[in-house]
Design a protein around this ligand. Sequence first.
Ligand code: HEM
Length: 126
Amino acid sequence: MATKGKFEPKTPVVLNPPKDDPITPEFLSRCNGIDSNLCYVAIKGKVFDVTGNKSYEKGGSYHVFAGHDASRALALTSTKPEDVRPDWEDLDDKEKQTLDDWMTFFSKRYNVVGLVTSPPSGSTPA
Ligand code: HEM
């Protein structure tokens, strides 16, 4: 329904106020549902808590995203491990729109638990 906006969940989801706690890439990488019970997926540096959704657990269709900033893969509608990267700025407008649509989708379903901190200096810029 147009009045309900895009990407509404089928059943209403009650969300906590978004947090802006710093989350290091190292911590994020452990929140993959295997090394930790936590399961996180980040988009454009915003970390969503997807814990409890089996799609992101080991064996799930979207496990490849767990513990990562998956911006590029989401923008490209790809589940290839090599696309699961945080960099998206060089993509075309259609891909950027796809990414923003995923941001909307996740924002309506999952709590934001923090923001990914910049990688240490000396590493390849995202
Ligand atoms: C054969 C191709 C695909 C099929 C049939 C498919 C099917 C589905 C279905 C049915 C859902 C909804 C599940 C639910 O309601 O819980 C879903 C969710 C999703 N799909 Fe796909 N998909 C496909 C490919 C992809 C690809 C290539 C991506 C890469 C970006 C992707 C990303 C996602 C994501 C992120 C969700 C949301 C999961 C969630 O948080 O609930 N899918 N897909």
